[in-house]
Design a protein around this ligand. Sequence first.
Ligand SMILES: CC(C)(COP(=O)(O)OP(=O)(O)OC[C@H]1O[C@@H](n2cnc3c(N)ncnc32)[C@H](O)[C@@H]1OP(=O)(O)O)[C@@H](O)C(=O)NCCC(=O)NCCS
Length: 180
Amino acid sequence: MSIPNVSSDPNGNWRPRPETAADTAAVRQVHLAAFGTAEEADLVDALRRDPRAWLPGLSYVADAPDGTPAAHALLTRCYVDEVPAVALAPCAVLPGYQKSGAGSAVIRALLAAARAAGERTALVLGHPPYYPRFGFVPAASRYGIRPPQPWPDDAFLALSLDDSIPPRGTVRYPAAFGID
Ligand SMILES: CC(C)(COP(=O)(O)OP(=O)(O)OC[C@H]1O[C@@H](n2cnc3c(N)ncnc32)[C@H](O)[C@@H]1OP(=O)(O)O)[C@@H](O)C(=O)NCCC(=O)NCCS
């Protein structure tokens, strides 16, 4: 399925772009504030240190009109059996900017970058009502992509970035996720 051309940012308030080295501290702050714990911020930093997981150019921020990095979303290398795919996690928006299109803008731009980079399948474990707007569908029941743990079918989702049928198999996440 291709990525639907649906925008919750019709006025273009958010400016999504690849993160740079100067964004590292701001990205950490986005996750600390959004999740209220260091777990996701630490995960991002651990993924950044793992060259087998980190995909240069596939970590995106979205700037608010005043230039504040308000949202962050990340794709890292995972596998469906032995076939490479990308895992979308974590995604976060500064609390004061949530539900105003920043998350959608950064995720949509990130998925477009992944597609341009030749990535074929994206996977996410997340809020069931949120990710279908980007074209994600239940991975296990639709494509036979099994989660590494018994996650609910409506929360573990897959998106074909190139309209091909994704590979079947079991997903292996980067070690930093601590998922076996
Ligand atoms: C989830 C999150 C990334 C979404 O980004 P956002 O900029 O707030 O969302 P957007 O403005 O792009 O989209 C708004 C829509 O998302 C929905 N939404 C926002 N947060 C949601 C949540 N936690 N669960 C389900 N839906 C959610 C809104 O209800 C709204 O739905 P609508 O368009 O049908 O009215 C952001 O709210 C966030 O950082 N939340 C805290 C951290 C988190 O839960 N991260 C995701 C882990 S899977």
